[in-house]
Design a protein around this ligand. Structure first.
Ligand code: GDP
Length: 477
C-alpha cells in the first residue's frame, strides 16, 4: 500500500479508468479510485485511439442503454421478431457459462465485439454474479434489466436452441441471401461450439449479423483472438491496439472494478498480509483432475519451478528457526488453490527452517474451498478477490489451462511462469515463461472461411500464436 502513489497516477491511465466518473449521483466504487494505491501503474499505455473509442462507446451506451427511449423501442422490435428500423441501437447480450475466469474472458471478448460493431453490451448476470463488479460505464448500466422479455429463455439458452445462428444455417432458415432477417439471433460460442456456430468468425457472416439488432451470445471462452484473424476488423484493431499483447490488459482493467464488497476483502487481506513484503509472489494452483495431477507430483513441480527460476531462497533443512523472526518479512507468497496441502507444505518449509540467504519468507492462502461452486455468489466473490490479489504480485506462477490465472496475469500486466500440464511425469522444464500476457483462446475455429478447409490459422497474421499450455489454442502476442 503506497499512499504516495496517488499523486503519480499516469494521466493516460487515469483517463482510461476514472476521470469521467463523478462522485455525485453514481453508485460508490472505491476500487476505481483506490486501485492505484495498490497496483503498479501500467507500463503499457493505451493508444489514444482506444481511449477515444471507449469514450464514444460510453456515449453510445448512455444513449441506448437500459431505460432509454431507444432501448424501449429496441425491445419492442425484439418482441415483434422483425426489424422495423424504429431504433438505430444494436445490442450484444452476454449470457453466463462456467467459472468466473471464463466469464471475465468471454465478457471481454463480447465487449470488444461490441466496440467493433457499435453494439451495446448487456450482461445477463444471474444471481451468482451480483455485486462482483462496479458499473464500468458512467451514468448507465450494463446489467440486462430483469424485465427483459426473453429473460428465462436467455438464461437457459444452449447450443440446441432452434434460434441459434448455427442451427438456422444448418436448417437453411437463414442464408446469405435472406432478405427478411429476424430482430434477434442467438450465438453459441462456447468451447464446444460446432462448425456452423463458428461461422460467426467469417467476414461474410459478419455482414449478415451486422443487420440483426439483438445478438444474444453465450460463451465461456476468450474468443477475442479470432477477431484479429478477420479482415472486417483488422484495420480498426490495428489502430486500437498497436501492441497486441495488451488487449486484455487494457480492456480488463477498464471493465472490471471490484465492487465495494469485494474491494473490502482485497484491501483487508492485502494490508494484513502482503503490504509489508518487499516482494510478493503469487502461486496459482489449479487442479483439473486429482488423478492426472496427484498432490506429490504437483508439489514437486512447484518446488522445481521455484528453484529453477530462483523465485524463493532455499532453506537450511538441518537447521530450525529457533524463534519466530523479528525481521521484516522480505518475501510474501500468496498461494491460491481450492486445496490447502500446497500451502501447508510451503508454510512448513519456510516456517520451520531458516533460508540460506537469511531472507524471511511468509506464506499465505486466503481460502481453500475444496471444490468449484461457480453458481454460488459467495464463491465468485471470494474467487474475484483472489484473482485480484494475485494480480498485485510482483511475480506470478500460474497453472496451465486456467482462465483464473489468465485474468490475474492480464490485469497485472505480466508474462507469468506457467506450470505446464503433467502428462504422466513432471514436465521438464517444470514451468516456463509465457510468450505474452494475453489469455489463450482454448477452442478456436480451425478452418479457412473462404475455402472451408482446415488450416493453421496462426499462419494468417504475425501476431497470433499457439498457446504454450494448449497446443491447439491461440493467443495474441
Ligand atoms: P478455470 O476453471 O481455472 O479456468 O477458472 P474459472 O475461474 O473459470 O473457474 C474455476 C472456479 O473454481 C473459480 O471461478 C472459483 O469459483 C473456483 N476456484 C478455482 N481455483 C480457485 C482458487 O484458487 N481460489 C478460489 N477462491 N476459488 C477457486
Amino acid at each position: 500500500f503506497d499512499a504516495t502513489k496517488s499523486s503519480a497516477i499516469d494521466s493516460r491511465e487515469e483517463s482510461l479508468f476514472s476521470s469521467r466518473f463523478s462522485d455525485s449521483g453514481e453508485e460508490s466504487c472505491l476500487s476505481r479510485n483506490q486501485s492505484v494505491l495498490y497496483r503498479k501503474s501500467s507500463p503499457h499505455k493505451p493508444s489514444s485511439y482506444l481511449i477515444a473509442k471507449l469514450r464514444s462507446y460510453e456515449e453510445l451506451h448512455k444513449r441506448c442503454g437500459p431505460r432509454t427511449n431507444s432501448y424501449k423501442r429496441s425491445i419492442k422490435q425484439l418482441k415483434s421478431g422483425q426489424i422495423d428500423n424504429s431504433s438505430d441501437c444494436k445490442y450484444v447480450v452476454w449470457v453466463a457459462d462456467c467459472g468466473l475466469g471464463n466469464r471475465m474472458l468471454s465478457i471481454t471478448s463480447a465487449f470488444l465485439y461490441g466496440l467493433l460493431t457499435d453494439r451495446v453490451l448487456l450482461i445477463n448476470q444471474e444471481q451468482e454474479m451480483v455485486d462482483l463488479f462496479c458499473e464500468p460505464f458512467p451514468t448507465t448500466s450494463w446489467i440486462l434489466p430483469e424485465e427483459f422479455p426473453f429473460k428465462n429463455e436467455t438464461s437457459g439458452f444452449n447450443q440446441k436452441y432452434g434460434h441459434t445462428y448455427g442451427n438456422m444455417l444448418k436448417n437453411n432458415t437463414i442464408n446469405y441471401s435472406t432478405q427478411l432477417l429476424p430482430s434477434y439471433l442467438y450465438l453459441y460460442l462456447s468451447h464446444d461450439c460446432d462448425h456452423d456456430d463458428q461461422l460467426f468468425f467469417c467476414d461474410q457472416d459478419q455482414a449478415l449479423l451486422n443487420q440483426v439488432p439483438w445478438l444474444i451470445m453465450k460463451s465461456n471462452v476468450y474468443f477475442l483472438p479470432s477477431m484479429f484473424l478477420m479482415s472486417s476488423f483488422d484495420q480498426e484493431l490495428d489502430k486500437l491496439f498497436p501492441d497486441k499483447e495488451t488487449v486484455f490488459h487494457h480492456l480488463g482493467r477498464y471493465l472490471f472494478h471490484p465492487s465495494d464488497r469485494v474491494w473490502g476483502l482485497i484491501t483487508k487481506y492485502y494490508q494484513d498480509h502482503l503490504a509489508k513484503a518487499e516482494k510478493r509472489i503469487g502461486i496459482q494452483i489449479r487442479i483439473f483432475s486429482a488423478k492426472t495431477s496427484p498432490f506429490e507430483s504437483v508439489m514437486d513441480q512447484i518446488l522445481a519451478c521455484i528453484q529453477k527460476e530462483k523465485l524463493l531462497p532455499e532453506v537450511e533443512t538441518e537447521k530450525s528457526l529457533a524463534s519466530p523472526s523479528k525481521h521484516q518479512t522480505s518475501k510474501a507468497v500468496l498461494v491460491t488453490s481450492l486445496f490447502r496441502r500446497y500451502f501447508e507444505n510451503l508454510n512448513k518449509t519456510y516456517g520451520e527452517h531458516p533460508t540460506k540467504t537469511g531472507e524471511v519468507v511468509a506464506v499465505y492462502q486466503p481460502s481453500h474451498k475444496g471444490k468449484q461452486q461457480s453458481y454460488r455468489n459467495s464463491h465468485n466473490i471470494q474467487a474475484w478477490a483472489e484473482i485480484y490479489l494475485l494480480s498485485l504480485s510482483d511475480e506470478l506462477v500460474t497453472s496451465a489451462w486456467s482462465t483464473f490465472g489468465y485474468v490475474a496475469q492480464g490485469l497485472r500486466g505480466i508474462r507469468p511462469l506457467i506450470l505446464f500440464k503433467i502428462r504422466r511425469a513432471i514436465p521438464d522444464p517444470p514451468c516456463g515463461r509465457g510468450v505474452s500476457m494475453e489469455p489463450c483462446y482454448h477452442a478456436p475455429p480451425t478452418f479457412d472461411c473462404k475455402t472451408k478447409k482446415t488450416v493453421d490459422t496462426t499462419s494468417f497474421v504475425p501476431h497470433v500464436k499457439h498457446c504454450e499450455d494448449i497446443r491447439w489454442g491461440i493467443k495474441l502476442f
